[in-house]
Design a protein around this ligand. Sequence first.
Ligand SMILES: [Fe+2]
Ligand SMILES: [Fe+2]
Length: 287
Amino acid sequence: MELTVRYPQIDYEKCFPNWAPNLEFAMFMNAFSITPVFLEPYIIKVFADARKLLDPVRDEQLTKEVDWFVAQESQHYRQHAKFNRIFQTPRFPKVEELGKGFGADLDGFRKNRSLLFNLSYTEGFEAAGGVFYRIWFEKLGKYRFGAREEALLIYDWHFAEEFEHREVAYKLYMALAVRGNIFRKIWYAYFYRIYGVLAMLGHSGKYSDAVRQHLLETYRAEMSPEEVEASKKREKAFGKFLFRSTIVRLLGVLSPWYNPARKPPPEGLEAVLTSFDRGGQYSSTAA
Ligand SMILES: [Fe+2]
Ligand SMILES: [Fe+2]
C-alpha cells in the first residue's frame, strides 16, 4: 500500500450552493460536507489518544498507517471548510449553529465516553462512508450529470482517499478492542462495532439531515407553490434512490464477516487518484 497524501487545487469560489441540476441532490451533498469539518478533527484527536496505546514493535506498520490516515484526513476537513464557505453564509443562518452543535457533541464524546466508544464511532463513519462512496462513484451518474466540476471534484478526491485508507480505522479499533479473551473478541469485534456504526449513523445523520432541510427550506421560501411541489417530488425520488442503493450495502457492514480489506475498488478510482497526485491536473503540488 502506497501511503500518499494529496493536496488538491480547486476553486470553490466559482461554485455556488446550488451546483447541480438536481437541487435536492446538491443540498444533500452540501449538508454532508458539514460533517468532515467537525468529525475529521475529532477523529484525529481520537487516533492520537489511541496511537499512544499501540505497541512500537508489534504495531509498527499500523502506526505508520495511522499517521498516513491522519495526514489524509487533515487535508479532507480543510478542503471541506473551504468548500462550505459557499453555503455557510447569512443566507443559511442555521448551518453554523448546527455544525457547532455537532462539534460540541463530539467533544463531549471524547471527554465523557471511553476511547473504544470513540474508536467504534470512528470506524462506523469509515465503514458507512465506504457504502456511500461506492454509490458516489458507481450509481450517481444521472445526478452528477451537468453539475459543477468544482463540487464534484472535492467529493471525488475525498471519497477516493477514503477508499485508500478504508482499513486503518478498522485495524486500529480491532488492535485495541479485540485483543484479549474470547468474550472480549466476540463482544467488541461484532456487537460493539455494530453499535458504533449505528450510533454514528443516528448521531451524525441527525445533524446533516437538519442542515439539508434548512438549506432546502431556504430555497423553497423563494419558490412558487408549483416549484415547491416539484422540489418535494425530486427530494422524495432522491431519498428512495439513496435508500435502495444503500440498504443492501449497509447490511454488508453489519455482517460478522465484514472486513474492509476485501472491498474491491470503486469504478474509476485510479483515474481520480492520479489526477490529484503530485503534478496531476488538480494537484496544488508540482511533479
Ligand atoms: Fe476523510
Ligand atoms: Fe477517512
